[in-house]
Write a protein that binds this ligand. Sequence first.
Ligand SMILES: CC(C)(COP(=O)(O)OP(=O)(O)OC[C@H]1O[C@@H](n2cnc3c(N)ncnc32)[C@H](O)[C@@H]1OP(=O)(O)O)[C@@H](O)C(=O)NCCC(=O)NCCS
Length: 197
Amino acid sequence: MTSEAVGPTPAATIRQRASEVHALQDIAVDRRTPLEAPVLAEKAVVGDAPEIHRLIQYWFEATGDVLPRTEGEIYETIRDFVVVRDPSGDRLLAAGALHVEWRDLAEIKSLVVDPGTQGKGLGRIVVDACLDEAVDMGLKTVFALTTTPAFFERLGFRISGVSAFPRKVWNECFRCPKYNACDEIAVTIDLRDRFTT
Ligand SMILES: CC(C)(COP(=O)(O)OP(=O)(O)OC[C@H]1O[C@@H](n2cnc3c(N)ncnc32)[C@H](O)[C@@H]1OP(=O)(O)O)[C@@H](O)C(=O)NCCC(=O)NCCS
């Protein structure tokens, strides 16, 4: 058996590889900026999967701030997702997923806001909805791996080390294309601090 040399994986290579794997042609995102009416987070339905996928792919291609997901992966985990819809109901403005990792631990994943509606509180709405759901489920801690820790800190998360989440490392990080060149920072929130006062 030959051993394959493993070295740092350049982001461009990661993106190229994912583009080939996912064979995505259209990552155009509507840049209209509405928000003339209040919006709410709600649980995703299966029909949201293509739009969720499009937003994730947009950000993966544009900045690499989220990891790519196949449309199939999104259908498989659709019950993890919350979404924010345009008040007219015809498109998604934001999405994010709460994924249970263990009896007391969940992760916020695939958090994406339409680029035309950033900075309007939609990311906060999605994260708050995920945290509410986590509390309802009896979870004590929620974490995220992110390139934008400052956003999560504004929402009450604290920076921690990914080594605090060994199951995550064993279950998923080892299969991640960024494993040898990870640029994500772990942030965590103790839900007992947030919701029991
Ligand atoms: C990061 C992202 C989810 C933030 O969503 P958003 O709707 O633009 O942010 P919000 O308007 O809800 O901001 C909430 C707070 O965080 C702050 N904030 C938002 N983005 C920030 C950033 N990049 N750095 C620091 N603070 C940030 C806002 O100023 C606001 O603070 P305030 O309440 O004190 O005014 C969104 O910009 C996005 O989808 N980015 C690309 C994908 C990505 O990075 N996803 C996260 C990967 S885990």
